[in-house]
Design a protein around this ligand. Structure first.
Ligand SMILES: CC(C)=CCNc1ncnc2c1ncn2[C@@H]1O[C@H](COP(=O)(O)O)[C@@H](O)[C@H]1O
Length: 178
């Protein structure tokens, strides 16, 4: 399975690096391919290091303005012209999407993927990996949108929230392979 992961490019403490490490190892051990933004920094590096060490493939979709921080030993590295093209390519290369802890870049990618799914422009499973309650605020906001009629599609049809990487991967396996 080609699993697209969105997550922070920042250097963070163990509360965030540990879940990224665990999830990368799960991806690699299961023989999946990591599709990610390709930058060799922060959590993006942590997850890619683990996938590689556990035997998985790395497909990076970087962008011209960040090409100088792209990982050098990826199995494949695509350099998109701009961030919009990068997001389209990330989605195109993915069978499933997982959102780990991140900042505005991650949020931008996650909301775009959900908005496209809302409009039935793709039907790929999306998991929000809510380790350490990082996304409690976002899930509360999304549930309120759902409950108060802001979403034309039930939230559960758009997004699965997992508390750990093993649950996320099990959900994706069931969603993609039936
Ligand atoms: C050279 C340098 C300091 C670059 C910092 N900027 C970035 N580096 C890598 N990926 C990014 C960057 N900005 C946005 N992204 C995209 O947004 C996510 C990370 O942004 P953030 O750290 O969550 O907000 C990644 O999934 C990536 O695809």
């Amino acid at each position: 399975m080609n699993i697209c992961v969105f997550l922070s490019a920042a250097d963070l403490d163990a509360r965030y690096t540990n879940p990224a490490r665990v999830f990368g190892e799960l991806i690699g051990k299961a023989g999946h391919t990591l599709v990610w933004g390709g930058s060799d920094m922060g959590l993006m590096k942590v997850v890619a290091d683990e996938v590689r060490a556990a035997g998985g493939r790395l497909v990076g979709i970087s962008v011209e303005i960040l090409a100088d921080v792209a990982r050098e030993d990826a199995d494949e590295m695509v350099i998109a012209a701009n961030l919009a093209e990068r997001k389209a390519l990330l989605l195109a290369r993915a069978d499933a999407i997982v959102v780990l802890a991140g900042g505005l870049g991650t949020l931008d990618e996650a909301t775009e993927i959900l908005e496209l799914k809302k409009h039935a422009l793709h039907a790929k499973p999306v998991v929000l990996l809510n380790t350490d309650g990082f996304y409690d605020g976002l899930t509360a906001q999304l549930r309120r949108m759902d409950a108060d009629g802001f979403l034309p599609v039930p939230l559960d049809d758009l997004l699965h929230v997992s508390a750990d990487g093993a649950d996320a991967l099990a959900y994706l396996d069931a969603a993609v392979n039936g």
